[in-house]
Design a protein around this ligand. Structure first.
Ligand code: BGC
Length: 403
């Protein structure tokens, strides 16, 4: 016996009315809620191939999520990664679901792996008229998430050929069909690691092209055989890059680190960002909370504010820790993407000799912040060439004079 047949016709009519009211109320509630959500998450809503993605409509795929903004915490799905040690956790402001069928604007199959065959679709050296182009979407639609890394690239001439249609001389890539939101200089301090450099370029360019940024790779090579000064080379990269273009974001990138996921955007959010959160060599764990080495991003203003890197660190280690101290001393903080996205593989090489003076310098660093950095940087630009895959700067560093 149903509920309706258990009551009289009068009661039955009322029951139907009540049920109809409940259904109507539910429909209205859903409509209102969707309006509220749309208004509050306007930046999170985007459409790919007719599918609407938003903070409340994305499919629940842990590897498909990307969080933009000043995020310090590790993702709950980060597996062995642990990025939570780096300071206060700001709310994730944007969430994106990876496009399952990203739209293709142009496609060329160049290699048989995921990074190099599927989606080298963005960017062309002969771009259409920038004046009529729309701004690129907030979420690059061609991202694939985890990428296959190849440590056996073809010869350099072949790699150059591979990217020749998409890069301008000097290693500049930019989207073809939309105006990039970010002008990014990738600065790589370098000496005597030709094979590592080739592997990096072969793996990094496809990732950057998919990210729809306007970027240029600067390889800053230290001339001579005196101890390597990574920090000073990065300062030189900053100064020289700004002579080439109005970059608003700088990514300082070790030559031996290969990104594992193209959702790790090479852009500068509000706070300086440590990008190499999870590295295979460190078992995909953050070694310590304030680490700022490997790959890191700072805006032009932030870098100028902290007076760049210190110039006193000759030999391995300490310069990134000094930068972390500068960042904090200037009221900024290190932000991080989740460890399941900010992942890198490190190429193997022999261990460098650590600078025994680094702790001493770190301790006394604060009193040098204003005088040691961009303000007392001295170098000689021995050579400069715009090659197909990068802009090459050969630099003779002058040790800072004691003040
Ligand atoms: C060094 C840093 C380095 C870190 C991770 C520290 O001891 O001072 O420069 O990035 O180790 O290798």
């Amino acid at each position: 016996m149903t509920v309706a047949s258990a009551v009289g016709p009068w009661h039955r009519a009322h029951l139907y009315k009540i049920l109809a009211c409940i259904v109507l109320a539910l429909i209205t509630l859903q409509y209102l809620l969707s309006g509220v959500l749309d208004r509050h998450s306007i930046e999170t809503i985007f459409t790919i191939n007719g599918t609407r993605y938003a903070g409340h409509t994305y499919k629940n795929h842990p590897r498909g999520l990307i969080i933009y903004g000043p995020v310090t915490a590790a993702s709950p799905s980060a597996g062995s990664g642990n990025a939570s040690a780096g300071g206060t956790t700001a709310p994730a402001i944007l969430v994106q679901q990876r496009a399952e069928n990203p739209p293709k604007t142009e496609e060329t199959t160049v290699r048989g792996d995921r990074n190099h065959s599927e989606t080298l679709v963005v960017g062309n050296a002969n771009a259409t008229d920038p004046a009529t182009m729309p701004r690129c979407p907030l979420f690059p639609p061609n991202l694939v998430g985890p990428v296959a890394i190849s440590k056996q690239p073809p010869e350099i001439a072949e790699v150059e050929k591979l990217f020749s249609a998409r890069l301008q001389m000097g290693g500049r890539g930019f989207p073809k069909d939309c105006e990039a939101r970010y002008r990014v200089a990738i600065v790589v301090p370098y000496r005597a690691r030709a094979q590592h450099l080739l592997i990096l370029l072969y793996n990094l360019h496809p990732v950057l092209l998919r990210q729809q940024i306007d970027y240029t790779i600067f390889i800053v090579e230290q001339e001579g055989t005196v101890q390597f000064n990574r920090a000073m080379l990065m300062n030189v990269g900053y100064v020289e890059a700004l002579k080439e273009g109005s970059f608003d974001c700088f990514i300082f990138h070790d030559v031996d680190l290969l990104p594992e996921d193209d959702r790790n955007l090479y852009t500068c959010p509000e706070q300086p960002r440590h990008m190499s959160v999870a590295i295979d060599k460190f078992k995909y764990r953050l070694p310590y909370a304030d680490i700022f080495g490997g790959v890191s991003a700072m805006s032009r203003e932030q870098f100028r504010l902290v007076n760049g890197f210190s110039n006193v660190y000759w030999g391995w280690g300490g310069e990134d820790d000094d930068m972390a101290n500068r960042i904090k001393a200037h009221g900024l903080h290190i932000s991080r993407y989740p460890a399941n996205i900010a992942r890198y593989q490190m190429l193997s090489h022999k261990k460098e000799k650590a600078n025994p003076k680094r702790y001493e310098f770190l301790k006394s660093g604060k009193k040098r912040f204003a005088t040691d950095g961009l303000t007392n940087l001295q170098y000689e630009l021995a050579d400069k060439k715009k090659l197909q895959l990068y802009t090459w700067l050969l630099v003779k560093l002058t040790p800072p004079q004691p003040s």
